[in-house]
Design a protein around this ligand. Sequence first.
Ligand SMILES: NC(=O)c1ccc[n+]([C@@H]2O[C@H](COP(=O)([O-])OP(=O)(O)OC[C@H]3O[C@@H](n4cnc5c(N)ncnc54)[C@H](OP(=O)(O)O)[C@@H]3O)[C@@H](O)[C@H]2O)c1
Length: 275
Amino acid sequence: MTTTPTLPLNDGSRLPAVGLGTYPMTDDEAATAVAGALRMGYRLVDTAAKYGNEVGVGRGIAASGVPRAEVLVTSKVRGADQGYEETLRACEQTRRDLGLEYLDLYLIHWPLPRVDKYVDTWRALVQLRADGLVRSIGVSNFTAAQLDRLVAETGVTPSVNQVELHPGLPQAELLAAHAERGILTQAWSPLGRRRLLDHPAIVEAAGNHGVSPGQVVLSWHHQRGVLPIPKSADPARQRENLDIFRFALHEPEMERITAIAGPRYGGDPDEHEEF
Ligand SMILES: NC(=O)c1ccc[n+]([C@@H]2O[C@H](COP(=O)([O-])OP(=O)(O)OC[C@H]3O[C@@H](n4cnc5c(N)ncnc54)[C@H](OP(=O)(O)O)[C@@H]3O)[C@@H](O)[C@H]2O)c1
């Protein structure tokens, strides 16, 4: 097992280059999975108020024995809590549920353009960072146009945009938009919810490098500058997903994987309503 590299954020912080997803774990599942993952070397954990497992994630962090300062915890503002005052209260609840004085990364879960509160929600995140209650702030499922509106109206660029991204949905245009704006891309459903792992481009690359299909896909993300947050509740697969930094895919392998076309599994950011 190699050590996990870190990736820089536009606010001077750094994040481990891979994290642990926790949806759809229950509190009990999350407590076990997070404690085990932290003990094996994970240092970034992704949760959200909407997942209903922040209490379990917090229990897992406490049980792991890893010092709080070494763990980076992401949570997200749910749709029902959008708005300035609502978001300040939601963050307090999230910190209470996690049992943490501060969050390392706090994201707006979905833009909900029809509700049109994401700019006020963003102002609350800026305030929470100024107050030291969250270290870094970002968004999830935002389009380039929505990112630009945040910057135009507040002057503050998100550090992260966490979006659906996997070989079936490689998001080349959005990655270019993030690079221009200095935003780190996090990939959710980075393994395509395991539905793409038997694709010949992935299976052949796995054979070439003596690794698993999951490791190939996670390396593909890393080599594109993307931070994947694979979910696994299984210790062997958690270990695999962390062990992706000792080999590199060749350019033709990267291109074949990027060319895999598939559907979007989750919501469309311009349409999806999450509360
Ligand atoms: N911001 C958002 O709107 C949003 C939306 C969806 C998800 N997320 C976050 O992103 C995380 C990951 O996304 P996801 O859970 O949808 O999909 P994913 O990570 O692409 O896939 C998870 C599935 O793959 C399996 N798996 C994990 N590692 C594997 C490996 N090495 N080989 C084969 N199978 C493997 C897992 O099963 P086992 O547990 O049995 O290993 C699970 O069934 C979520 O947990 C959540 O934290 C965010």
